[in-house]
Design a protein. Structure first.
Length: 300
């Protein structure tokens, strides 16, 4: 456990970093959402805690893989959909409102930053609250697809399973052969979550927009990411090449540890709320720490 005095010094250093670099490019990862009840994939060393998520090639190439994915997701989605912003999301929204965040890029697919009130957000890996047809590009809300999944698979809907990251669930000792996956209502094609799977490329225009926004920032702040996946680490590479300082808030190692000007080994909620308290320009009624109405009661 971080000692109290050490923790306070880290937070003071973080506040000093932000005060000296007030136009932040913020990259967030799973560590921002764990306090909302969404499990993460990796441990403090960056190693997998569980079976690796499905890869794009497996999903599109195997009917059985799709049956397995959607059966697990049928049970995991309700918990994921109920998740609400935590203090980390709220603090970042308040920092944006106070003018400290030039751009946020999130590797998460839960939409919790937007729920908390953040507006300058690029969803690098997409959003899990929609599905898209790989044929005709038809798109519909996940809740609509969830109803179709449940209607077609009442026996699976009654099963119990432990939840996993990104709407997954542990459902291994089950025969998925009878699971029915609805096709696209427009063309009958294959429906996929509107997220970037492992093995799939982030759309180039999305990456280019994020990189362009980074070039306009004073510094990069990483919050809750081990940066193991290159799609996030690329921004550290770009910042380092440009001489932009990098700070990270993360429990455990990151891929960019050797490139950091500051490392804050604290939970995101504690670090970001502590940062907010120390930045005097945000300590007023306009950006006081609290739950925005959308975060407390708004729909996903």
């Amino acid at each position: 456990m971080v000692q109290r005095s050490s923790r306070f010094r880290l937070l003071d250093d973080l506040a000093d970093f932000v005060a000296r670099h007030p136009r932040l490019f913020v990259l967030t990862g799973a560590g921002c959402s764990t306090e909302s009840g969404i499990p993460d994939y990796r441990d403090a060393n960056g190693d997998w805690k569980r079976r690796q998520p499905i890869r794009y090639q497996e999903f599109v190439g195997s009917e059985r893989a799709r049956q397995r994915y959607w059966a697990r997701s049928l049970l995991g989605w309700p918990m994921f959909a109920r998740a609400r912003p935590n203090v980390a999301h709220v603090a970042l929204a308040r920092l944006e409102a106070a003018g400290f965040i030039h751009q946020m890029v999130t590797q998460n697919v839960d939409g919790l930053h937007q729920q908390a009130g953040s507006r300058r957000v690029i969803d690098l890996h997409g959003r899990l609250d929609a599905v898209v047809c790989l044929g005709c590009r038809y798109r519909e809300p996940r809740e609509v697809f969830q109803s179709a999944l449940a209607d077609d698979n009442p026996a699976f809907s009654a099963l119990a399973a432990a939840v996993g990251p990104d709407g997954d669930a542990d459902l291994d000792a089950v025969d998925f052969g009878g699971f029915r996956v609805p096709g696209c209502p427009n063309c009958g094609g294959m429906l996929k979550p509107a997220v970037v799977f492992f093995g799939e490329s982030v759309p180039k225009p999305r990456v280019e927009r994020a990189c362009q926004r980074l070039t306009q920032a004073d510094a990069l702040l990483v919050a809750g990411s081990s940066l193991t996946v290159f799609s996030g680490y690329r921004f550290c590479r770009l910042a380092a090449a440009r001489g932009q300082p990098i700070a990270a808030i993360n429990l455990g190692r990151t891929r960019a540890d050797n490139e950091l000007a500051l490392k804050v080994n604290l939970p995101c909620g504690a670090a970001l709320s502590g940062l907010l308290e120390r930045l005097s320009p945000v300590n007023d009624s306009r950006v006081a720490v609290g739950w925005p109405e959308s975060a407390a009661t708004g729909p996903r």
